[in-house]
Design a binder for this molecule. Structure first.
Ligand SMILES: Nc1ncnc2c1ncn2[C@@H]1O[C@H](COP(=O)(O)OP(=O)(O)OP(=O)(O)O)[C@@H](O)[C@H]1O
Length: 597
């Protein structure tokens, strides 16, 4: 499949209008103010011409004073209009930036896990921070000046030609090579700008990864290796930035050189015209004074073009995320479960990851499994057999690619996502806590729960340690707060799932960091308090398996056996093999477990 050509600069930046709309009135007024300032600046040479060819040749001094006063008034008006433009553009860019950033964040929350599997976090971070910053600066400054400069140049060129068409044409002809160079510059700079912004994203990913993995890097003494890799990436970015700077320097050179050459040629021709009597001195002064007014718009064009291309690239990168189609959405006419029982059924469920090569069979290749209300089902299989993937299907973190998963007889795709995720709660092995208090973390799925519900959930998860933290349940934990042990984090994550009061609890090995005694306490409490809750638990330890009502064995993408632990031990050789390998793992990992505190 051929990739479509990248959108033009105008088409890309035009897409910002949706976000910039509320700010546009201020920006339009800023453009008008700025344009008036340019017109005022262009009017000053006209006054000078009138002064030189008129009052200065006569005897009426009052007219000379009048024109001096007029030039002064025009200068003050120009300064006032520029100040007005600056004031007008001060805030709209920040509003647009905030609006876009909120929309991006909302979109990131909406997009399915499959999207986040593909996108490195640094690329998203650089879009949310760096790219939006570029867009804000362009909206507030680059956009206004680019338009005003372009209009000033057109008006200025018309004035130059009308003042003296021969001299004017020298400038018009001189602008042709600049336009050609400008076209080539746009192509060259666009490529480098895109590469640079992508490299910034890669660099952000590298920083994020190494900060997250700082313990591993230190423990293995790989800090210097990570630094070398980082330096290589940083050098690549530096190379791209230098390429951009060289491109800007190239166009800048042309924009400085060509007007100067045009000035020199026009000066020679102008003097000749004045000598031959076909041009007045006032006309020549007005011509060159107008040319001088146009110097800033010409020479700054390279800078504003570069800024515009940076903003275009940033806009494209922003919309790459915003244009992602969310495949996991609410159905058009959602069904509802009136009386949740918690009967979870997988019917010939298939699943394969998007990037899975087509020569491989589906990872989940026809899962048939029924978990009855109130039942605790353990899921067992060799590592990499797809247990975690299976647990992601009921809550639609991923959608089945064939077959179905249903809850109380309703296909999970027919339920509104909010309702579905209120019925089914999850806890993962990798317990994520947010930078918030213990209370906020535990009540994430049910903010309106009572204090008694909260305490009960902490009790079930054997997370009583939370009461002894410096500020009790109001202690901030997570990245910006108190560091907790792996086992403590897992127990808070489990409490979070329990506090949600779901009808189905899906636990992806959330007790792996606990010692067997604590695990037994947790499971006993779960059984006692949540007797009516269906549970699907990925088991990596024989102790977890023995506590389940029944066990499902995963093999080659299917459930090949379901029964009690003792039934399967007696009848299934693969099950015995898996359990013995779990046994070996458990014995090899006691140091990772944590005792109840
Ligand atoms: N996001 C993903 N994208 C692509 N492939 C994935 C993704 N997550 C897992 N896989 C692959 O799917 C297979 C099953 O992974 P999964 O985590 O479901 O296995 P598991 O049985 O839970 O393993 P373990 O017991 O080691 O936790 C693995 O081969 C893994 O590489």
């Amino acid at each position: 499949m051929s990739t479509p050509p990248p959108p033009s600069t105008l088409a890309s930046l035009g897409r910002l209008y949706r976000y910039a709309k509320p700010a546009m009135p201020r920006i339009y007024v800023a453009i008008v103010a700025s344009l008036l300032a340019s017109l005022v600046a262009l009017a000053i040479p006209q006054v000078l011409q009138w002064l030189i060819d008129g009052p200065l040749t006569g005897t009426d001094v009052s007219l000379v004073w009048f024109s001096v006063g007029l030039v002064l008034a025009l200068g003050v008006a120009e300064a006032g209009l520029i100040a007005l433009r600056r004031w007008l553009v001060l805030t709209p860019g920040t509003h647009v930036e905030a609006h876009m950033r909120n929309s991006l964040y909302r979109q990131l929350q909406r997009l399915p896990v499959a999207f986040h599997d593909r996108w490195p976090s640094g690329q998203l971070l650089s879009r949310a921070i760096g790219d939006l910053n570029l867009i804000r600066r362009w909206m507030a400054f680059g956009f206004v000046i680019l338009i005003v400069n372009s209009l000033t140049l057109v008006i200025g060129f018309v004035i130059l030609v009308s003042l003296n068409w021969i001299l004017g044409m020298i400038f018009v002809v001189a602008s042709v090579p600049v336009l050609i160079y400008g076209y080539a510059f746009e192509k060259r700079y666009s490529r480098a700008a895109r590469r640079g912004q992508d490299q910034q994203g890669d660099l952000a990913t590298a920083v994020e990864e190494s900060v997250h993995g700082i313990r591993v890097l230190k423990a293995f003494g790989r800090g210097s290796h990570a630094l070398k890799r980082f330096e290589t990436q940083a050098e690549e970015l530096q190379g791209t930035e230098l390429e951009k700077a060289r491109a800007v320097a190239g166009i800048w050179l042309w924009l400085l050189l060509v007007p100067d050459v045009a000035f020199a040629v026009a000066l020679v021709v102008g003097v000749w015209l004045a000598q031959s009597g076909s041009s007045s001195v006032g006309e020549l002064v007005a011509f060159f004074a107008t040319g001088t007014v146009l110097l800033f718009p010409i020479q700054s064009m390279g800078y504003f073009l570069a800024m515009t291309i940076d903003a275009k690239t940033a806009t494209n990168r922003f919309f790459e995320v915003m244009d992602e189609v969310n495949t996991i959405v609410d159905p058009i006419s959602p069904k509802t479960i009136e009386k949740p029982q918690g009967r979870l059924v997988f019917s010939d469920a298939h699943f394969r990851y998007q990037d899975s090569p087509s020569r491989f069979p589906d990872l989940l290749d026809g899962i048939d499994l029924v978990i009855e209300p109130g039942e605790t089902m353990a899921l067992v299989g060799l590592t990499g057999s797809g247990k975690t993937t299976l647990t992601a299907l009921p809550t639609r973190l991923y959608d089945v690619t064939g077959g179905s998963v249903s809850l109380d007889g309703v296909d999970v795709r027919d339920l509104a996502l909010d309702e579905l995720r209120a019925h089914i709660a999850m806890a993962f092995e990798d317990a994520t806590l947010f930078s918030a208090t213990v209370r906020e973390n535990v009540l994430l799925g049910r903010p309106d729960a009572t204090e008694a519900d909260l305490e009960e959930a902490l009790d079930i998860a054997q997370a009583q340690f939370a009461f002894d933290l410096p500020n009790g349940l109001d202690t901030r934990v997570g990245e910006e707060g108190l560091s907790l042990s792996g086992g403590q984090r897992q127990r808070l994550a489990l409490a979070r799932a329990v506090a949600a009061r779901p009808s189905v609890l899906v636990l992806d090995d959330p007790l792996s960091a606990l010692d067997v005694t604590t695990e037994q306490l947790v499971e006993a409490a779960l059984r006692r308090v949540l007797a009516s809750t269906t549970a699907l638990i990925v088991a990596h330890r024989p102790s977890t398996v023995s506590l389940a009502d029944r066990v499902a064995l995963m093999q080659d993408g299917r459930i090949t056996a379901v029964g009690t632990h003792s039934e399967l031990i007696a009848s299934n050789a693969h099950y015995r093999f898996v359990i013995s390998s779990l046994d070996n793992q458990t014995q090899a990992q006691p140091a990772h477990t944590e005792n109840v505190s």
